[in-house]
Design a protein around this ligand. Structure first.
Ligand SMILES: Nc1ncnc2c1ncn2[C@@H]1O[C@H](COP(=O)(O)OP(=O)(O)O)[C@@H](O)[C@H]1O
Ligand SMILES: [Mg+2]
Length: 411
């Protein structure tokens, strides 16, 4: 009997559907349930063959538990080691090397730092920052967003250097990116399951979360050529990053799909949000993938931390072909490896936490606002839904003292 655990936050219909379908298909040979976990002993044995993780990005205890479970050979979707290491700016840069179109993006030094950091600690930082150079490169309007964010938290559109400074001054200890704003003609959000199965969802970010109008079911929304390019880009990105469940968002302008968000290892799959069709599709495909993984031979763990984070290609582990913990041979082939080893499709010419947090919220409206009111609209939206948008407690506490403790703002 194989055991599948689902680790969840507030979402309801997706875990329920998964558990129901896995159990139906398993007929007692495979059993799915919500994970139950308390204090974790360091010598704890394997309790699940596979865990689908939907929430450890917000609950560090779960992340620690999952990493420990990986050591026992539990398959974890998505790889908790890589998810911990990843960030959006790395993603954007990697994607550029893979030939994906990415809006011009700059990683910004933080506005504030933890309390023990003072001016002396920051001698490596260029000061003052070349704000004009940054803005000249990115262009205006631009989007300022956290380098590891999700769920639309702390995402703002700015139209001038002054607006940028105003927003930047509120970002506290968050590390932010500044990105060229794409005045998109079309927008799609794409599921990718098992780094292979792709569903392109026309998605209107200007519509309200749960309005039933965000996700449109229209298979002809993109031209066949564009759909093919988007599908290839989605697979390229998810394979390079090793995510088995992810969404990739594209803002499409003049026929070019710009990938703007593809670090969504716990993508929204709730029926009330994505609708019946997409909910059923993602459930079916995740269930298929789970069964696929369960059927793969279980390997002897090879206790090397780098095997957990970034499994080696099979060929290099003679005699141990399927032995890397958690991912084994399959993930080896999916890992970021040099171009001569991995074949990049020639036709690619250019190219958290988004959990059903309340977060998508009213924030979507900011895209429609007039330049003067956008930043304000965003902060109003944040006030209206404080649970979805408030910064981590620690950071917010610190940010109240930042003017004393931090170096003066460059602006
Ligand atoms: N470069 C961009 N150009 C246009 N719109 C953008 C851009 N970046 C983000 N957005 C808008 O902001 C929303 C949230 O940003 P995103 O990068 O997806 O962050 P999150 O991980 O919080 O979802 C996107 O769905 C999109 O509507
Ligand atoms: Mg997004």
């Amino acid at each position: 009997m194989k055991k599948v655990g689902i680790l969840v936050g507030r979402e309801k219909s997706f875990p329920d559907s998964l558990i129901e379908r896995i159990n139906e298909r398993g007929q007692g040979d495979v059993v799915a349930e919500l994970v139950k976990v308390g204090g974790v002993r360091l010598d704890e044995g394997r309790t699940y063959d596979l865990i689908l993780d939907r929430i450890s990005h917000e609950i560090p205890f779960y992340r620690g538990f999952l990493k420990r479970a990986a050591l026992e050979g539990t398959v974890i979707i998505n790889n908790p080691f890589w998810w911990s290491a990843d960030d959006k700016f790395f993603n954007y840069s990697l994607a550029t090397k893979l030939g994906i179109a990415i809006p011009r993006t700059v990683l910004l030094p933080q506005k504030d730092y933890i309390e023990s950091i003072n001016n002396e600690s920051l001698r490596n930082l260029e000061f003052p920052l070349d704000w004009q150079g940054i803005v000249d490169y990115v262009g205006m309007p631009a989007i300022i967003k956290p380098f590891d964010g999700g769920g639309w938290k702390n995402v703002s559109r700015v139209n001038s250097l002054e607006e940028l400074w105003k927003v930047y001054d509120t970002t506290g200890t968050l590390c932010m990116t500044l990105q060229e704003f794409i005045h998109f003609d079309q927008f799609v959000r794409c599921y990718c399951i098992g780094q292979e199965e792709v569903m392109i969802m026309p998605y209107d970010p200007r519509k309200q979360y749960l309005s039933g109008e965000q996700y449109i079911n229209d298979p002809t929304y993109l031209s066949p050529e564009l759909a093919e390019r988007v599908t290839n880009d989605v697979r390229t990105l998810c394979r390079a990053l090793g995510y088995d469940l992810n969404t990739v968002e594209f803002a499409i302008k003049d026929g070019i799909p710009y990938a703007i968000d593809f670090m969504n290892p716990a993508p929204d799959a709730e029926r009330v949000s994505v609708g019946d069709f997409y909910h059923n599709w993602v459930t079916d495909n995740v269930v298929n993938f789970i069964y696929q993984r369960l059927e793969q031979p279980q390997a002897q763990p090879r206790y090397r931390w780098d095997a957990l984070l970034n499994p080696e290609p099979v060929a290099e582990t003679a005699g141990q072909a399927l032995s890397a913990v958690a991912s084994a041979a399959e993930q080896a082939a999916r890992t970021i490896i040099p171009q001569p080893v991995r074949e990049i499709p020639a036709d690619i010419a250019a190219g958290v936490s988004e959990l059903i947090s309340d977060a998508a919220t009213a924030v979507s409206e900011f895209l429609d606002k007039t330049p003067e009111t956008e930043a304000t609209a965003l902060s109003e939206a944040k006030k209206a839904r404080p649970s979805a948008t408030k910064p981590p407690k620690k950071a917010s506490a610190k940010s109240t003292t930042r003017s004393k403790k931090s170096p003066p703002p460059e602006v």
